[in-house]
Design a protein. Structure first.
Length: 163
């Protein structure tokens, strides 16, 4: 490698002072262009992209923080007994009647539904999760026009005594 630099240096010394200056200017421009392409230009593109992506990322962080708060609230709640959970579910299921029927079966309950709007079902499931502390373990649903039909199996909390 040093021999290459030595030969380049010898070649430059054989040139006139004007040619040496022009070659040095061209080399300087090549180095500046390379630095621009390798270091500065990619950094500028990242800065431009981050300016447009920042609001989206902040929104994602906000959603994740609210989900974290919800999870912490659910974890801090005292667990219901199966009997209390069934009573809570039955109360919630009454709001769906006559399109739905709740059938308790030991540690789970089956919700049979006919023609329920998606938003109503979604609200029921959120309430069942928050109030009755149940989770959906199985769902067999079919769309009928804009409504849902089928059945859901809800797992009840496993605690046996009430608070």
């Amino acid at each position: 490698m040093s021999s290459i630099f030595q030969s380049i240096q010898n070649s430059l010394q054989q040139r006139s002072a004007r040619e040496q200056i022009l070659i040095q200017i061209v080399l300087l421009l090549v180095v500046v262009y390379a630095i621009w392409q390798i270091a500065i230009s990619p950094a500028l593109r990242i800065m431009e992209r981050s300016a447009t992506e920042l609001p989206l990322q902040q929104e994602q962080i906000s959603r994740m923080q609210s989900m974290q708060q919800e999870a912490l609230q659910l974890q801090s709640k005292n667990s219901l007994s199966e009997a209390d959970a069934i009573r809570a579910l039955q109360t919630l299921a009454q709001t769906l009647e006559p399109q739905a029927r709740l059938v308790p079966q030991g540690t789970q309950a089956t919700l049979e539904i006919k023609s329920i709007r998606p938003d109503v079902l979604a609200q029921f499931l959120m309430d069942a999760r928050a109030v009755a502390q149940t989770t959906v373990t199985d769902a067999k649903l079919a769309r009928n026009n804009n409504d849902w039909e089928g059945g859901l199996v809800l797992r009840l909390p496993s605690r046996t005594t009430s608070n």
